[in-house]
Design a protein around this ligand. Structure first.
Ligand code: IPE
Ligand code: MG
Length: 271
């Protein structure tokens, strides 16, 4: 056996052991309540690139995609039904045009890869939904996002909402406009909007409100991310940069959610 084969065999054994360890760990974790929707404010990609001396405008963001892959896999294994990812906020468009283009190109590359994997059956059970002002994105990205949404539509193991060109104030304005248009079509009198009308037209209306928001990169702001939907949500911040977020950070955040259950339930009743 040559060295390459030995390395391959060792990797397979290591992966199998890690998978077994996770199975055991998640079984214990599932004794307590599991959040229905975990949302991630993915921050710290550029600091990660700087910290590790990675070259290229997209280096940190590329590293961030590796975290996305693993975190989604762990959430699926735990049995979390919904995950929301804050991938690119409206404010991020204020960055230099070169960086914006770089991130958009990278996202397109990953969406096209996901389409390829979904078609060949490599991302089984995962449904992808894009939320945000998709009309403000370029035609090729929009078409790819639409295709990925369509081919994963029937999947139910894990529903992933990717917020792109998103901000809560934009989402609310969009939802108010949409619900006005709907109400005007239905009647001819003055338009009276209910909270439920607006909620039904939000970009993220397909998913329940997050139970747990995890923000990486040490920040403790919501940065215009689902502020309407998070009035009763537990916010967990970690100093880990997004590409550093791993299994133990996720488990720790869920354990905190479980420890806080009594308090969170009492608050829900008082509202
Ligand atoms: C978050 O990481 C990723 C996106 C907003 C696309 P940043 O790019 O904000 O990285 P830092 O926070 O500057 O390190
Ligand atoms: Mg940042």
């Amino acid at each position: 056996m040559n060295t390459l084969e030995e390395v391959g065999e060792f990797t397979q054994i290591f992966d199998a052991l890690m998978s077994l360890m996770r199975k055991f760990l998640f079984r214990v974790l599932c004794v307590g309540p599991i959040p229905t929707n975990i949302s991630f404010i993915m921050d710290g990609n550029r600091r990660f690139a700087k910290k590790h001396n990675l070259k290229g405008l997209d280096a940190g963001h590329r590293a961030g995609f590796i975290s996305v892959k693993y975190i989604l896999q762990y959430c699926k294994e735990i049995g979390v039904p919904y995950v929301t990812l804050y991938a690119f906020g409206m404010d991020n468009f204020k960055r230099g045009p070169e960086e914006v283009k770089c991130v958009m190109d990278l996202m397109l590359e990953k969406v096209e890869l996901a389409i390829h994997q979904a078609v060949s059956g490599n991302i089984k059970g995962v449904r992808i939904i894009f939320a945000g002002d998709l009309n403000s994105l370029n035609e090729r990205f929009r078409a790819a996002a639409q295709k990925l949404m369509e081919i994963t539509e029937e999947n139910r193991d894990l529903i992933v909402v990717v917020c792109v060109a998103y901000s809560t104030n934009l989402e609310i304005v969009h939802a108010v406009r949409e619900s006005c248009v709907k109400k005007c079509k239905n009647g001819d009198g003055a338009v009276v909007l209910e909270v439920s009308d607006v909620e039904g037209c939000m970009y993220t209306s397909a998913v329940p409100d997050p139970d747990l928001v995890i923000r990486t990169g040490g920040g403790d702001r919501l940065s215009n991310f689902m502020t309407w939907q998070t009035s009763r949500t537990l916010l967990h911040r970690t100093e880990a940069l997004w590409p550093e977020l791993g299994l133990w950070h996720l488990v720790w955040a869920i354990l905190k959610f479980q420890r806080m259950q009594d308090c969170l339930q009492k608050k829900k009743k008082l509202d």
